[in-house]
Design a protein around this ligand. Structure first.
Ligand code: SIN
Ligand code: CO
Length: 401
């Protein structure tokens, strides 16, 4: 049975920004400039130990990567010197994979640790001064001394929180973001460090998108937690919206040209045809400007689980009556993988818009904000909401606390 105190409804703790308020951080740093926060997490307690990280990397559901670097001295006729060979292997891993990496300087990376550990989830929750719609995941990296993923930049904001051991971080505001060709990961061709720091457990570095950075493990037990954000590209949003329209829009009209004029250039696509086709697409243009459609698209899109996420129904499904009784006594919590968001009209759960639900219902807002519902809040929810929560429970989206 999970620890109940982890599931108390919404708790807004002080943002882990040292002496800086969330308002000042957002105004001066967010998406703008880096910030080093010493002792952001005084007495930091890691969500996972090193053996737990190694075990998680062996699980099929976890997205893990092993980055191996081998520095070789090569002597050729024309070209001599030090050559760095980078390799990347995708998990799940077996212990023999770690043994095979032992002749390299390696780093193990695991995405979405908040899906597997309540403590990791709780750590990510410390960043809930930023909307969940902008939060992506809590990644962990575990490296041996000298390990790292090379100098690179990310296209999203990130907080790099030192867990165990120490890591040197170098950063640069350089404009040259050209990448080394033919590498299995993004490595900058010309990284020129402008600032550098040694981070100890509990220290944290915030980097805006596009800021070049290079982290090198200083110790053999170097664990860094990366709080990564979601910044969908314009391409992703446009493609998502077009997919949404494909499913949602049904246009009945047919191309018509009752006033067609005879042509002496039958090979030409005429201007009148272009105009008619443009008119046929008027509804698509209108859809992109229709607030309700955009809200529906965005809610579904932002709550769509990642492709590798699966939910397990409870082993023994309670009846609606038994569920209601238990929820009224214990409360509910969202599954660690569940995405639940609301806007001014609707509630969206794992890619679906909930039918006949008014997002002003306090129960839905409390559940989405706090990711849990106390017994009292459940009892206060409307019977229709309780019935929908039962459906969510049957799908494994929600659990009894
Ligand atoms: C790491 O923790 O090794 C990499 C994180 C990053 O640079 O984004
Ligand atoms: Co990075």
């Amino acid at each position: 049975m999970p620890d109940k105190k982890l599931f108390s409804p919404l708790v807004i703790l002080n943002p882990p920004l040292g002496n800086l308020s969330a308002e000042k951080f957002l105004r001066d740093h967010w998406q703008k400039k880096p910030l080093l926060i010493r002792h952001a997490f005084p007495n930091f307690e890691a969500p996972l130990t090193i053996p737990e990280i190694m075990t998680l990397a062996q699980r099929e559901e976890a997205e893990s990567r092993l980055i191996m670097r081998r520095d070789e001295i090569k002597i050729h006729e024309k070209n001599s010197g030090k050559h760095t060979d980078w390799q990347m292997q995708q998990g799940p891993f077996k212990t023999k994979d770690f043994r095979a990496a032992a002749d390299s300087v390696w780093t193990l990376l695991i995405q979405d640790t908040q899906h597997f550990s309540h403590e990791a989830h709780q750590l990510l929750q410390r960043f809930n001064f930023i909307p969940y719609a902008r939060i992506d995941d809590l990644m962990v990296s575990y490296a041996v001394k000298g390990g790292g993923v090379g100098p690179h930049f990310d296209s999203y904001d990130v907080f790099l929180l030192q867990g165990h051991g120490q890591r040197w971080w170098q950063i640069s505001a350089q404009q040259d973001l050209s990448l080394q060709p033919d590498r299995p990961l993004k490595i900058l061709s010309h990284f020129k460090a402008e600032e550098e720091w040694l981070l100890n457990p509990g220290d944290m570095l915030y980097l805006p998108p596009g800021c070049a950075h290079h982290g090198v493990a200083e110790t053999d037990d170097c664990v860094t937690w990366s709080i990564g954000f979601r910044a969908p590209s314009q391409q992703e949003i446009a493609m998502g919206f077009l997919d949404y329209l494909r499913d949602e829009i049904k246009l009945d009209g047919q191309y018509q040209d009752g006033d067609l004029q005879m042509t002496s250039r039958p090979g030409e696509i005429g201007a009148d045809m272009l105009l008619r086709v443009s008119k046929m697409l008027d509804e698509i243009r209108a859809a992109a400007a229709d607030k309700k459609r955009l809200q529906q698209f965005l809610g579904r899109h932002l709550t769509e689980p990642k492709s590798h996420v699966y939910f397990d129904a409870p082993e023994k499904i309670l009846s609606l009556r038994a569920f209601t009784k238990s929820a009224a006594a214990q409360g509910l919590m969202l599954d660690l993988q569940t995405r639940l968001l609301y806007d001014e009209l609707s509630v969206f759960l794992n890619g679906e818009q909930l039918c006949n639900v008014d997002s002003r219902d306090a129960a839905w807002q409390a559940l989405a904000d706090g990711r849990a519902l106390s017994a009292v809040q459940f009892k206060a929810a409307l019977p229709a909401a309780q019935a929908l929560l039962y459906e969510a429970y049957c799908s494994g989206y929600v659990h009894l606390a």
